[in-house]
Design a protein around this ligand. Sequence first.
Ligand SMILES: Nc1ncnc2c1ncn2[C@@H]1O[C@H](COP(=O)(O)OP(=O)(O)O)[C@@H](O)[C@H]1O
Ligand SMILES: N[C@@H](CCC(=O)OP(=O)(O)O)C(=O)O
Length: 271
Amino acid sequence: MDKRVINAKRIVVKVGTSSLIYPNGSINLKTFDELAYTLSALNNQGKELILVSSGAIGVGLNKMHLKQRPTEIGAQQALAAIGQSELMTLFTQRFDHYLTDIAQVLLTHDIFDYPKSKQFVMNTFDCLLRDNVIPIVNENDTVATDELDHKTTFGDNDQLSAIVASHVNADLLIVLSDVDGFYDQNPNKCADANLIETVNSIDENEFGVAGGTGSRFGTGGMQTKLLAAKRMLDEDRMMVLANGADPRIIFKILAGQTVGTIFEREGVTHE
Ligand SMILES: Nc1ncnc2c1ncn2[C@@H]1O[C@H](COP(=O)(O)OP(=O)(O)O)[C@@H](O)[C@H]1O
Ligand SMILES: N[C@@H](CCC(=O)OP(=O)(O)O)C(=O)O
């Protein structure tokens, strides 16, 4: 494992809907709790953490007792608005339990393109991290339209997490999903798919084996995770993709254990 992973101080963690919501639509309280515990423990150790969390629509569906995601974009945005406050309530409860302060930061993908907006966002992150408050970021779904196909999909927190990691100069991006890592074929479709432990570069070969989402509530699937990883590699940053079923896996990652898939440029020092 790359020594830089063990030494990472500023870490962005992205958690997908598939880790927070069960396939039956119920809220996965175990993940919420273990995520809050893990990030609180690391915060206490002096790490600087930013959590990018999806789940607003999933939690909104649950709150409104809906089983299917509506196709109309306005209805999805309304569900995201309902679910976002509920999502933060769940996080507040769990993080309170571990005596950790959190803050909600809603962003759009293009916010860093505007120098003044970028400055305000950066000031906010700086103050929160300085005060040991963990920012919890989601896309501002009611105003975000750039990623919508106006049919069934909504937003993309994989790439948003990479954008955030890049602008806050994070040492490491950890993406938690419902798979163990990046496979040479979609593991939900091919039983003989093999996990790839290290990826040094991403081109059409990798994109060629990256399929769409496996869950009813996830959006991007592996395509958007590879786009996020590509951004990290282009900037010589590292990303680890791992299974978020038990977020305490982050301790293993930071202990240097071989977990999931690490995306890192070639030629770095291993031990
Ligand atoms: N090559 C691949 N390796 C791993 N997972 C893949 C691959 N191609 C497609 N997938 C799918 O991507 C899914 C993860 O993406 P997604 O459902 O959007 O999760 P999340 O909600 O965590 O963002 C996996 O469950 C799997 O079905
Ligand atoms: N902003 C949306 C999620 C967008 C998204 O990228 O979802 P996912 O593929 O589960 O990470 C929400 O909170 O429901």
